[in-house]
Every structure is written in structure tokens, then in C-alpha cells.
Design a protein around this ligand. Structure first.
Ligand SMILES: Cc1ncc(COP(=O)(O)OP(=O)(O)O)c(N)n1
Ligand SMILES: Cc1nc(C(=O)O)sc1CCOP(=O)(O)O
Length: 213
């Protein structure tokens, strides 16, 4: 079964100064392990280098049948025609992103540990909402820490795909799927592993088994 783009493993690139060729190899390895949605998240490089990297990643994702979302930078997503954008509290409004990227773009919105912004984002045309950090995150140690019950409540109240993020491993990810997550967004658990394809596969397998626990 091929997972649909808004279901399964959502691989987010590590925010490091990796050589571009290495970054592309690592992203390809996650796709080989079943990731169909990739987020380019980069707080390290300036505008020109981010554009160069995003452009190369977009070509790689297109060739491999995966979708590429840009974190934060709506202008870059529009300029390159990527598959969408992920927006946080300091980023443009999802309504603006929808106007600029079009009806078929994927627009994701961070909602941290709160349901109210998720309801607002849904009404503004978001494609998915993200909650976290459900477990201690090596990437973002000071993130908010909601309980799993937030996902259950979000599942009950919202009709759009739910992303869980933060410290997710292939061991704890099943509990998030059982609580209502449609996607697991992961940095360290995939990219910081000796065999990235095998690590990604361990997450995608969680979505294929009938019993995620
Ligand atoms: C899928 C997903 N969820 C949450 C985030 C965090 O976004 P944001 O709050 O904008 O923080 P930064 O990523 O910009 O540090 C995300 N990127 N992706
Ligand atoms: C980028 C990001 N946002 C988060 C949030 O809670 O909104 S947690 C996070 C980092 C996720 O990385 P890792 O898989 O290494 O924990």
C-alpha cells in the first residue's frame, strides 16, 4: 500500500550545515524508507543558499515521487512552486499562504499544545495542523509539552489531518497514532541514525500494522 501524502512519516530536515549532496542523499534515504512528505527546515543558511538547497531538494523529491514543504518561508515556497509551506506563530497567516500558493497547496500550521489555534487554522484553510512536542525533543528542547489527550480531543473536534511532532521514536510513535495522529513528524529519529532508510521504514511500518501499539 502506498501511503497518501498526508498520512504516515513526515521527515523534517535537520537544521545543520550539511553539504548539500549529503542532505540530498539523506532525504533520498528517508524516501526509500517510505517518507512521502518532506519539510525543508533550515535556520542556518541565508536566503540565497536556502533557495539553492530547496531547489535541489524539490528536484530530488519530484523525481522520487515525494512532496516538499518549506518551513517558515512563504516567499520561497511561492518562488519555487513547492508543494506547500509550514507556518508557525511568527509566520504569515494560513489565509495569506492559501491565497498565494493556491487551492491545491499543502499548508501546515503549528498549534503547539493548544486546540483553539487549530480550529482557527482549520477555518483559515489549513491542510493539516501540528501539535507537540509530545516527548522531549533533542531538536527543540524548550518546546511546549502537551499530553496525548490533546490529539484525542483534536481528532474529535477537527476534520483535517493531524501531525504529531517532538521526540518521536519508532517505539513511542504508535501511542500517537493510537491517539489520533495521521502523521509523525520526525527529525532526530530519522536523520540522526546510522541507517536512515531503515529508521524511516520503522516509522512507516507503524502505519501499516493494524495495531500501532
Ligand atoms: C510539522 C511541523 N510541526 C511543527 C513545526 C514547528 O514549527 P514552528 O513553530 O514554526 O517552529 P520552527 O520549525 O520554525 O522552529 C514544524 N516545523 N513542522
Ligand atoms: C521543529 C519542531 N517543532 C516542534 C514543536 O513542538 O512544535 S518539536 C520540533 C523538533 C522535532 O524534532 P525531533 O524529531 O528531533 O524531536
Amino acid at each position: 500500500m502506498t501511503p497518501t501524502p498526508l498520512h504516515g512519516l513526515y521527515a523534517i530536515t535537520p537544521d545543520t550545515a550539511l553539504p548539500l549532496a549529503t542532505l540530498i542523499e539523506q532525504v533520498s534515504a528517508t524516501i526509500a524508507g517510505g517518507a512521502r512528505l518532506i519539510q525543508y527546515r533550515d535556520k542556518t543558511h541565508g536566503r540565497d543558499e536556502r533557495r539553492r538547497r530547496a531547489s535541489a531538494l524539490l528536484a530530488g523529491c519530484r523525481a522520487a515521487g515525494a512532496l516538499l514543504i518549506i518551513n517558515d518561508d512563504l516567499d520561497l515556497a511561492v518562488a519555487l512552486g513547492t508543494d506547500g509551506v509550514h507556518l508557525g506563530r511568527d509566520d504569515p497567516d494560513p489565509r495569506t499562504a492559501r491565497e498565494r500558493l493556491g487551492a491545491s497547496a499543502i499548508i501546515g500550521v503549528s498549534c503547539y499544545d493548544q486546540l483553539a489555534p487549530a480550529e482557527t487554522a482549520a477555518a483559515a484553510g489549513a491542510s493539516y495542523v501540528a501539535f507537540g512536542s509530545f516527548f522531549p525533543s533533542p531538536t527543540k528542547p524548550n518546546a511546549a509539552r502537551p499530553n496525548l489527550s490533546l490529539l484525542t480531543e483534536a481528532r474529535r473536534r477537527l476534520a483535517l489531518p493531524l501531525v504529531a511532532i517532538g521526540g518521536i521514536t519508532s517505539h513511542n510513535g504508535g501511542s500517537l497514532i493510537a491517539a489520533g495522529a495521521d502523521m509523525l513528524a520526525v527529525v532526530t529519529g530519522v536523520f540522526d541514525q546510522p541507517d536512515i532508510t531503515a529508521a524511516a521504514r520503522a516509522y512507516t511500518d507503524l502505519f501499516l500494522s493494524g495495531d500501532p501499539l
